[in-house]
Design a protein around this ligand. Structure first.
Ligand code: CAO
Length: 450
């Protein structure tokens, strides 16, 4: 027997005047138990108001943008045990009202608030009406702020994206949002599924089955300000995460004595003061690395499945700090360029990077990367290898140090070097040979310019 049910906004904690951000059904639509009817968005979460029964939507009582609170009628459903094929079985002897009420105590939870309900206090029984033509069934409480509210429920996403994720069995709490206001887009779910598939599955011991990212209401501890991540940070963040997780890199530290090199650089720059070309430490580093790539070809390679691709060209990227975030312009064919040409080109690329004008071509094709923090400071760091490259050289700030020359301590300008290398291709001995060779090149400027 059919029954007309007014579906009301359930207990949603302390939230009032919450905007309707999606109306998921239209009059005439068939719905199942738990089908989302409308979606509300509080400051903390989106919440679907689910249908408490299977049936046909007779009326929608709200529209997009309406602000509503607990008790507001959102839809009228004409319930029917057979309407959606999953109503209560007649043999169970439950009326629709009983079936809906049983949701309060059963593990079956409304869409978008599964664990919230587990934490919710027992609520009074919904009014039962078998004789009256219209009943007013509210759905169980939705507590976006509840302590046991899952990350999946916290995640902002439209019902269609939630539906897509549910179909694929994806826990929304594990999906990295890239939409506005941390909203999870359909593409984000796809990217998540692809990453799980390519890493061999989520929980079989071969993939990463990580805990969801902690979501903290920082305002509980003090004043905060939220700013969107820049586009560059979003993109580089995804790359860095993949590289950090997928490359078994080891960092090897060494030092180069650049006393003569720096004196030569300063002298050259003084001599060519009016030329407009400044010879930078970076240009010497790029040249030294190119020569070392030739001597140790494994450093100029990429893993491709079960093969190692060895490159016979020498394009070297360098990390550039810009107001928008980190970018890596590439100096092409370093082997065919003099140090002053490299300095000119790297300077122009760094300026373009800071002005946000680099083209994709200017950021692609690198075989190896240099990350120089020396102009800023530091003594050592662990740079992240930039896939599909297999190594990256980081340099920190050079400093005068007393070095024993066999007779006495002499003041020498020492450059700290930190080489991170993919251990699948480069083992510790090879990495150390590379570092030692680069240090030799930098400590004897003649070897560099020859
Ligand atoms: N030790 C001491 N001083 C150094 C140095 C070093 N290793 N490297 C550079 N310097 C000095 C330079 O001599 C220069 O001083 P002068 O003006 O007196 O000659 C000053 O620092 C500034 O150098 P620079 O930054 O203009 O030139 P650069 O070629 O060394 O660097 C670039 C260019 C693009 C690499 C740099 O601007 C930059 O963006 N660095 C940051 C890279 C980065 O963020 N890496 C981290 C990636 S991981 O997050």
């Amino acid at each position: 027997m059919s029954q007309v049910i007014e579906v009301k906004v359930p207990d949603i904690g302390n939230y009032t005047n919450v905007p309707v951000i999606d109306v998921c059904v239209q009059p005439g639509d068939a719905v199942k138990i738990d089908s989302p009817l409308v979606t509300l968005e509080s400051e903390k979460a989106t919440m679907d108001v689910p249908s408490p029964a299977a049936g046909i939507v007779r009326e929608i009582k709200v529209k997009l943008g309406d602000r509503i609170s607990e008790g507001h009628v959102v839809a009228v459903i004409e319930s029917s045990a057979s309407a959606a094929g999953d109503g209560p079985s007649p043999s169970a002897g439950n009326s629709t009202a009983e079936r809906a009420r049983s949701l309060d105590a059963s593990p079956s939870q409304p869409t978008g608030a599964r664990s919230a309900q587990a934490a919710a206090p027992a609520r009074p029984e919904a009014p039962r009406s078998t004789s009256a033509p219209t009943s007013s069934l509210s759905v169980p409480p939705l507590y976006p702020g509840g302590s046991a509210f899952t990350l999946g429920a916290h995640a902002h996403a439209s019902p269609s994206v939630r539906f897509y994720a549910r179909e694929l069995g994806v826990d929304m709490g594990k999906v990295r949002p890239t939409g506005p206001k941390d909203r999870i887009l359909k593409e984000d779910v796809t990217v998540f599924v692809k990453s799980v598939m390519s890493s061999g599955g989520g929980s079989g011991g071969t993939g990463l089955d990580l805990l969801p990212w902690p979501r903290i209401d920082f305002q509980k501890f003090g004043p905060v300000e939220t700013k969107p991540l820049s586009k560059i940070k979003k993109i580089s963040g995804q790359n860095l995460l993949r590289n950090w997780v997928m490359i078994p890199a080891v960092t090897y530290h060494d030092e180069a004595d650049i006393t003569e090199l720096e004196a030569f650089r300063v002298e050259m720059n003084k001599e060519n003061e009016n030329s407009g070309v400044k010879i930078t430490m970076l240009s010497f580093l790029l040249k030294a690395c190119e020569i070392a790539l030739k001597k140790y070809p494994e450093f100029n390679s990429s893993i491709d499945g079960e093969n190692l691709v060895l490159k016979h060209y020498y394009h070297i990227g360098f990390a550039a700090d810009t107001p928008q975030g980190l970018v890596v312009p590439v100096v092409k064919n370093v082997d065919q360029k003099s140090i002053s040409e490299i300095a000119t080109e790297a300077g122009a690329l760094a300026k373009k990077a800071r002005d946000g004008k680099l083209t994709p071509a200017e950021m692609s094709g690198a075989c190896f990367t240099v990350s120089s923090l020396g102009g800023i400071g530091g003594t050592a760091f662990s740079p992240i290898v930039n896939a599909p490259e297999v190594a990256i050289l980081g340099v920190s700030k050079s400093a005068m140090k007393p070095v024993w020359n066999g007779k006495e301590f002499a003041p020498r300008l020492i450059l700290p070097m930190s080489l991170s290398a993919d251990h699948r291709v480069i083992d510790g001995a090879l990495a150390t040979h590379f570092n030692v060779f680069v240090a030799q090149l930098l400590s004897d400027v003649r070897r560099l310019v020859l």
